[in-house]
Design a binder for this molecule. Structure first.
Ligand SMILES: [Zn+2]
Length: 320
C-alpha cells in the first residue's frame, strides 16, 4: 500500500537552497539521497536545492530506503515540506468491534449513524471566519509590492491552512474510530463536486469535508480489515427502514412516522436504509473488500433536501 509521510524541512545552513521561490511543488524520483542519520536529505539533480534538514520527530529511519518510491517537495503557507511516498505493507490492526453501521452525512450533523448517534458538525471555518476575514482586510490595507503586504498575505494563508488541518484531523479521527469499531460500514455515495457547484452552498459543504472523511474511511478500512461500501443516496430518506414503504416527507419534517408503527428521527431512518443497501450490496461476503463498489456520480437527493432545510430553518447561520 502506498502511504505518504510528510516532514517539514529547512535548508541546511551551509548548503542552503538558492531557488526557494521557484519550488512550489517538485517531484523527484531518483536524484536524492538521505544522510546516514536520515535527518537530512540532499537533492542532486542540479536544481540548486542542495541539502535540507528534516524537522520534527517523524521516524523515517525505521523504514528501509528501498521502500521510498518518490520524494516530493511541497510549499505550504507555513513552510516547506518533504513528502515521502512509501510502498509498505500496512500491518492489520485489531478491531475493537464487529458491528455493522450505516452513515448518513449531512449539514446539520456531520453524520447520523444507524445506531441513532448524531455526530456534531464542528464547522471549523465558521468558527474562525471572523479572524480570517480580518486577516484578509489587512492585506488590502498594505501597499502593493511591499513587504508588509507579503507578511499579511502569509498570515492569511496560515489561517486557512489551520482550518484545513483541523478538518483533516477531525475526519481522520472519526474515520479511524468508525472502521475500528465496525466490520461493515455503509455510507452515501455523494457527488460532492456536483453539489459544490451550487455556489450558495459551496462554503458550507466544503466546510464539512465529507470527501476527506470518505478518503480516511477507505484508508482505515484497509488497516482494520473493515468492509466499506458506498451506496447510491436515492430514496434513503423517504423509505421506511422497517417495512420498506415510501413515506413522503417534506423538508421540515424531522421525524419519520410510518403506518407500520416505525417512528424514528429522519436521519436515523436514512442511515438504517443505507446500512440495509450496503448489506445487500456485499451479498453476505463480508470478507471481500467492496470499496468503491458503487461508482455512480448521482446527486445526493437527501443532501439537497437537508441543505434546503438548513437554509429555511436557520437563515442567520447562512453564508453570505
Ligand atoms: Zn414502515
Amino acid at each position: 500500500m502506498l502511504t505518504i509521510y510528510q516532514n517539514a524541512v529547512i535548508p541546511h545552513p551551509s548548503t542552503g537552497w538558492g531557488c526557494k521561490a521557484a519550488i512550489d511543488d517538485y517531484i523527484c524520483n531518483q536524484f536524492w539521497s538521505l544522510h546516514q542519520t536520515k535527518r537530512r536529505i540532499t537533492f542532486t539533480d542540479k536544481k540548486g536545492i542542495g541539502e535540507l534538514k528534516l524537522l520534527g520527530k517523524w521516524d523515517i529511519h525505521t523504514y528501509p530506503l528501498k521502500s521510498i518510491k518518490r520524494v516530493r517537495i511541497v510549499k505550504r503557507a507555513d513552510g516547506f515540506y518533504v513528502q515521502f511516498c512509501l510502498d509498505i505493507e500496512v500491518s492489520l490492526e485489531a478491531r475493537i468491534g464487529d458491528g455493522e453501521i450505516g452513515l448518513d452525512v449531512g449539514l446539520e450533523h456531520f453524520y447520523s449513524d444507524s445506531n441513532g448517534h448524531h455526530e456534531p458538525n464542528p464547522r471549523f471555518l465558521r468558527k474562525t471566519e471572523k479572524s480570517i476575514k480580518h486577516a484578509q482586510r489587512l492585506i488590502y490595507r498594505k501597499e502593493k509590492g511591499k513587504n508588509q503586504r507579503r507578511i499579511a498575505r502569509a498570515r492569511y494563508s496560515r489561517k486557512h491552512l489551520k482550518v484545513s488541518r483541523q478538518r483533516n484531523e477531525h475526519s481522520k479521527r472519526l474515520g479511524r474510530y468508525v472502521c475500528k469499531a465496525n466490520a461493515l460500514v455503509a455510507y452515501e455515495n455523494l457527488n460532492v463536486k456536483g453539489l459544490v457547484k451550487n455556489h450558495c452552498l459551496a462554503k458550507s459543504i466544503n466546510d464539512v469535508g465529507w470527501t476527506l472523511f470518505r478518503q480516511w474511511l477507505e484508508y482505515f478500512a484497509i488497516k482494520f480489515g473493515t468492509v466499506v461500501v458506498a451506496v447510491p443516496p436515492q430514496y434513503t430518506s423517504q423509505k421506511c427502514s422497517s417495512c420498506g414503504v415510501t413515506v413522503k416527507k417534506s423538508l421540515s419534517v424531522r421525524t419519520h412516522v410510518c403506518k407500520c408503527g416505525c417512528v424514528l428521527q429522519r436521519d436515523h431512518n436514512a442511515s438504517i436504509n443505507i446500512l440495509n443497501i450496503g448489506k445487500q450490496a456485499t451479498g453476505g461476503h463480508p470478507e471481500s473488500n467492496a470499496t468503491g463498489l458503487a461508482t455512480s456520480t448521482l446527486f445526493g437527493e437527501t443532501l439537497i433536501e437537508q441543505v434546503a432545510r438548513m437554509n429555511v430553518e436557520s437563515p442567520s447561520s447562512r453564508y453570505s
